[in-house]
Design a binder for this molecule. Structure first.
Ligand SMILES: [Zn+2]
Length: 206
């Protein structure tokens, strides 16, 4: 049974043009939850929010798996909610000159230098987060910021704990070619041209 089938919609209402749903989950333990949906009929948002949960950690709000995922499954569907004039600590780069904000829970997924999800451009002008490995229920969902950001300012000191931690994020431009190619298809589409993939740039530490 997919997690979405375990949901009972109790009522819904609109505040400032945003649809809110009060739902009762039949998972164990049962929970009463409120979901915010930007547009009507966006059932995938419900799926995303039931499959993962947001918890407060020492990294701020973070996203955790509410069920196990198999490698290749889409864990979270991100949707574009805003185009930004420039990159920020929370923006996602979608093209060389285009930075956007994603909805939750996608925008809350933390960086890891050894992530368990990778990005894939989706029909919402944003990114899906796809399991790169089998993910156990309760594990934190992570992705590598340097697989979308050509230049990254978001993580000046990385605390991901990975044995292969790169200590900070500089951006795809500065990744060693070996790491660029490790992610295969799971990088932003705009970074997939051969120049981006094979160029070695030195990061300037400051
Ligand atoms: Zn790291």
């Amino acid at each position: 049974m997919r997690a979405i089938d375990q949901l009972i919609l109790l009522c819904r209402w609109i505040i400032d043009g945003q649809l809110h749903c009060l739902c009762w989950t039949l998972q164990t333990p049962p929970q009463l939850l409120i979901y915010k949906i930007r547009e009507k009929n966006e059932s995938m948002d419900l799926a995303s929010l039931i499959d993962v949960k947001v918890k407060l950690t020492n990294k701020g709000r973070s996203v955790f798996a509410s069920r196990s995922f198999s490698k290749g499954e889409t864990v979270v569907v991100g949707r574009r909610v805003m185009i930004l004039p420039q990159r920020t600590n929370h923006s996602f780069q979608i093209d060389f000159d285009l930075h956007i904000e994603l909805d939750e829970p996608a925008r809350l997924i933390n960086h890891s230098c050894s992530p368990n999800t990778g990005v894939r451009n989706n029909k919402f002008g944003a990114y899906d987060f796809v399991a790169l490995v089998d993910i156990t229920e309760g594990n934190e969902i992570t992705w590598d910021y340097e697989t979308t950001e050509f230049v990254s300012i978001a993580v000046p000191e990385c605390g991901c704990g990975s044995p292969s931690c790169r200590l900070r994020t500089h951006g795809f431009k500065f990744l060693p070619v070996k790491i660029k190619k490790k992610y295969g298809e799971f990088i932003a589409d705009y970074l997939k041209d051969s120049t981006c993939l094979t160029e070695e740039s030195q990061a300037h530490f400051f």
